[in-house]
Design a protein around this ligand. Sequence first.
Ligand code: HEM
Length: 229
Amino acid sequence: MLIFTIDIVLRGFSPEPAKTPSPHNPCPFLRSLAAHGVLNEQADPIDHVADVVVTLGAHADAVAKVQQTPNFVIRLIALIGNGFGPLSVSNTYREGLNIDRLRLGPLYKHGVSSRIIDEKGNIVGEELKHMETFASEKTTKDGCKELGLDIKELAKFMDDNFARAPVATRKSIYRPMMEGEWPSLLKVFGKEDANGRRYLSTSEVRTLFLQSRLPKRIIDRLEGSIAAH
Ligand code: HEM
């Protein structure tokens, strides 16, 4: 099924990031999808957003062992992205998700995040370095070493991102909301180390934030699937 629908879902896909993401889009993953040409930042149909996310998840490493987020959950998240109220939800349902307005919606945590993307959409180098302080050396399956974040390290990173925010800006819901962000990135972009443990390569995270570029192995797999169709 995936193989038959992939070129429809990924219509517009460019292996090189072809567009500069909007400064108003705070999600590094959706920024990369817009940069690679598969999502429209102004209005993208909910079905399409969910299908793209699920398709990319299906191209993650060791997919058989990783429980990917189901399509209907992504659909629900996308539906409330521009607002919780019945009017907003029905507008988003009819017109699509407006990624460019996510900072005005309920998923935006007003700075209680990694802070790698600031409020103006700039990438903050110091915050990338801060993220790396939570990482440790991982050994890849072919014996190379690289810095990475496993699920425990990501949990410490998210705890710290919550704890260092001024008390007045912290809502208790923000920490659970982070579970849908970095751990989701681990599912979709994670790699397995030599012991089969999943981790996020910090160099791939850097590339994602700085260049809005998907990891090369995921691009290769997507291109392979599109060519095979
Ligand atoms: C329709 C689906 C999605 C929507 C509407 C959405 C929306 C958002 C929003 C509004 C933020 C900003 C949160 C903040 O700064 O307070 C965010 C952050 C984030 N999102 Fe997404 N997202 C979606 C899917 C995903 C997926 C599937 C992934 C992973 C593969 C992902 C990874 C992340 C990460 C890692 C952050 C944290 C950025 C940080 O702490 O600096 N998102 N998302």
